[in-house]
Design a protein around this ligand. Structure first.
Ligand code: HEM
Length: 405
């Protein structure tokens, strides 16, 4: 059983790694938004790797949106000096023309319509059902461990056109990729494993393209330029993490919200047109990726405070999404918010390229569970929470249910 921590000091939080068992850091973020919207942080593991002498954390919605919009001043290059150590150079660490070229090259591979000749939603649903089949006769399960945790990665493995036998190893490896700041050796080992695994597949798809994502990536062309094999491998390594450690949190958080509010669960069960609003609010309430990094190339001012050039800037999306300047009663989960415009997928040129895929996958996952399980309730006496700092999601969701015949 997890030892949950109710809250922690902000510098302590930054040092605790991506998913510490911290339940409610939001009062700290509120204090920062009110009193220190540009907080000078003690250097985190990431900034000590990136080489930046100074680092700050932004907590307000508008400040973060402005930074993410202006990629000329606020460079993403810092990401290649941190996660790039295990991912290789990828799109999240590129700026300007180089970024635009890569974004244009990878976008077709993210178009859900293009994948698997339009049969893709049916295939995702079949994957969701195959997970539910394994526990449906038990009357109880842990939605996190038995569904959310592996379902998105299985979808991703299917998009890539790889064997489903490799899902487990793929997942363990993708989790190790996050360890760049805490355990570099493990992070690098995961990166090498993925490269050795993926490189022969990329070469094979270049020779014999099909209708899977790798084939779309190797054939994509802009002004006569194509992605090289290693560029495709690095992109896929990035997606392994993006595909595994995000949508699972979104799904888990949605169920935590519904389990805490049975009327909401009934409403969504009876009117599935509410599923997109449920997911949008779940991503506002608990941003699956809560922190992203930028670096200012010149001195600038944010919220009236001077920020010297080359400062590492941690944009806290999770705090932005709870900013009372933007959202009324921000700590309340409310799928009926008018103009709900949170930032879970970032903003500006680096806005999540996989957002359509993530939403499609999450919608199919929620619908599959509600179609097949009735009376879903938290197991009595079991504690479960949404936790984390740079990633947020539940680490267990034990429930009981009735099988729908
Ligand atoms: C709920 C699920 C997801 C969330 C919350 C999420 C969040 C994000 C965020 C915040 C960024 C911006 C990073 C930055 O500006 O530095 C991003 C970028 C990106 N995401 Fe996602 N993501 C999700 C799912 C996915 C999936 C399923 C894929 C693809 C399989 C994906 C692919 C990407 C890519 C390629 C980028 C880089 C875009 C660029 O740099 O131009 N994401 N994502």
């Amino acid at each position: 059983m997890t030892d949950y921590i109710e809250a922690a000091d902000i510098n302590e939080l930054i040092g605790l790694g991506p998913m510490p068992p911290v339940v409610n850091p939001y009062p700290i973020y509120k204090k920062l938004r009110d009193e220190m919207p540009v907080l000078e942080t003690k250097s985190s593991a990431e900034t000590s790797i990136s080489g930046n002498e100074r680092s700050v954390m932004l907590s307000r919605y508008e400040d973060i949106k402005e930074v993410l919009k202006n990629n000329d001043l606020f460079s993403s290059g810092i990401n290649n000096r941190t996660m790039g150590l295990v991912m290789g150079e990828t799109i999240v660490g590129m700026d300007g023309k180089q970024h635009l070229k890569h974004r244009t090259l990878v976008t077709p591979s993210m178009t859900t319509r293009a994948l698997k000749g339009g049969e893709f939603p049916d295939e995702i649903r079949a994957i969701a059902d195959s997970f539910i089949d394994k526990f449906i006769d038990d009357g109880a399960c842990d939605i996190h461990h038995q569904f959310c945790y592996s379902y998105p990665l299985s979808v991703f493995v299917s998009i890539l056109g790889l064997s489903s036998d490799d899902v487990k190893e793929f997942h363990d490896t993708s989790k190790d990729l996050c360890l760049v700041a805490k355990d570099m050796e493990k992070g690098v080992a995961a990166s090498v494993w993925l490269e050795n695994y993926l490189m022969p597949v990329v070469k094979e798809k270049r020779a014999n393209p099909g209708d899977d994502m790798i084939s779309v990536l190797v054939t994509s062309e802009v002004n006569g330029e194509k992605l090289t094999d290693i560029e495709v491998v690095s992109f896929l390594r990035l997606l392994t993490l993006a595909g595994a450690e995000t949508t699972n949190h979104l799904l888990g958080t949605s169920f935590v919200a519904m389990l805490r509010d049975p009327e909401l669960m009934d409403r969504v069960r009876n009117d599935r047109s509410l599923v997109p609003a449920l997911l949008n609010e779940a991503m506002r309430w608990e941003a699956p990726i809560s922190t992203i990094m930028r670096e200012n190339l010149e001195e600038c001012e944010i919220a009236g405070i001077k920020v010297p050039a080359k400062t590492a800037i941690l944009c806290h999306l999770g705090s932005a999404n709870r900013d009372e300047r933007q959202f009324e009663d921000p700590d309340t989960f409310n799928i009926d918010r008018p103009d709900n415009d949170p930032l879970p997928f970032g903003y500006g040129p680096h806005y999540c390229a996989g957002s359509h895929l993530a939403k499609l996958e999450a919608e199919i996952g929620v619908n599959a569970l509600l179609d097949r399980l009735d009376n879903i309730k938290a197991q009595p006496g079991e504690e479960f929470n949404v936790i984390g700092f740079s990633f947020r999601g539940p680490d267990r969701v034990p429930v009981t249910f009735d099988k729908i015949a």
